[in-house]
Every structure is written in C-alpha cells, then in structure tokens.
Design a protein around this ligand. Structure first.
Ligand code: GRF
Length: 206
C-alpha cells in the first residue's frame, strides 16, 4: 500500500512511520511521498535523509480548497492509497476528505474526545485529568473526530508541565502510530458507523 504523509513541522511521527516501513514493521507498504505545507519544516530534512521524496506545497494566499486540490493531485499521481497526517497543522477541506474517504489517519496527543484542538497537553493539565495519552483516528470532516483506531494511555503527574507531558506522550505516539498504520494496512477491520472493529477479513464499511 502506498502511503503519503503530510507534515508541517518537526516530523518525528513521520520519521517513526518511515523507519517502520523501511524496517519491515509495516509489511506490504511503501512511503510514496512526504508533503509539507511549510518550507522550513524540520521534518523535510528527516524525510530526505531517509531517501523519501519530499514536496513543499505552501498555501500562500490561496483558498483552502485550491491548496488541498494541489496536494490531492500529487498524492493521486503517485498512487497513494493511505494518507497519514503527522503534525499537519491544517484542517482538511471536505473535498480532500472525500477524495480519500476512510483513507486518512491522524494522530492527536490526547485521549479523544477529550481535548480536541490545540495546546491539548496544557488543556489536560488545567482540567486536572489523571490520565491522558494519544489517539490515532480516521479523519472525517470534523476536527479530531473520526473513528478511533487505537489509543495509548499516559499518567499525568502532579508536577507535569505541558512540555514534560508532551515528551512522554510523544514517545507513545511513535509506537501507536506505527501499530495503527500496520493494522489499517493489513485491512483486517471494518468501520461500523464510528466504530473501528478488528476482523480477520478485508476492510469494508458496513
Ligand atoms: C504530535 O504531538 C501529534 O500528535 C500532533 O502534532 C505533533 C506533531 O509532532 N498532531 P511531530 O511533528 O510528529 O514531531
């Protein structure tokens, strides 16, 4: 399965996915392209070092739909079947989501549906939750909302800052994203409404 990864910055989840594909941890897959919407993204260098094709497609002053259409065209041209958002800081247009219906994954550093959006580790600390973590989910047209593939839990300590909590969650993210992509690539699941259910057959939407 050809995978396209979208980033905006650091790219540590992207690097974890590339390394897992190259190391054989995600069988029957290939990273076709890494696309950044930011020219200065650190992740671009990480992708290049790993020998992956990279593209920078900035939005500039264009409407969202036009920017997304260019990205979709580049992904389709390379035969991409699964899109992984990895620190991609833009909301996708409905057209993008429909072009890859049920074929876009995202990783988010909280236990959704708690704390969608930005600065979520600080939100978790401010709310006083005792556990947070990360969520890998399919992307639909609402922010941080689609069917959940898997979640990993991290304990929140009394002396945590957003930085210390982020660091511990990020370490879990790298493993969780690899495992979630491995499961999705295997095709052994169904999407039943908003439930992702593991099966031993090929994926369909009920
Ligand atoms: C991660 O915390 C991810 O969950 C969130 O953005 C951050 C990206 O980090 N969506 P990186 O660019 O993968 O290092």
């Amino acid at each position: 399965m050809k995978i396209g990864i979208l980033i905006s910055g650091r790219g540590s989840n992207m690097a974890a996915l590339v390394d897992a594909v190259k190391g054989g941890e995600i069988p029957a897959s290939e990273i076709a392209v890494v696309i950044s919407d930011k020219a200065g993204a650190v992740g671009i260098g990480l992708a290049r070092e790993r020998g992956v094709e990279t593209l920078v497609i900035e939005r500039n002053a264009r409407p969202r739909a036009e920017h997304d259409a260019e990205i979709v065209a580049e992904l389709k041209q390379r035969g991409v079947e699964l899109v992984c958002l990895a620190g991609y800081m833009r909301l996708l247009s409905a057209e993008f989501v429909q072009a890859f219906a049920d074929r876009i994954l995202n990783i988010h550093p909280s236990l959704l549906p708690s704390f969608a959006g930005l600065s979520v580790q600080q939100q978790a600390i401010d709310h006083g939750v005792k556990y947070s973590g990360c969520t890998v989910h399919f992307v639909d047209e609402e922010l941080d909302h689609g069917p959940i593939v898997l979640q990993e839990v991290v304990e929140v300590n009394d002396d945590d800052t957003a930085e210390t909590l982020s660091t511990r969650i990020l370490a879990k993210e790298h493993k969780a994203y690899v495992e979630a992509v491995r499961r999705v690539v295997s095709g052994k699941y169904v999407l039943d409404g908003r439930r992702y259910v593991i099966t031993d057959g090929l994926s369909i939407r009920r």
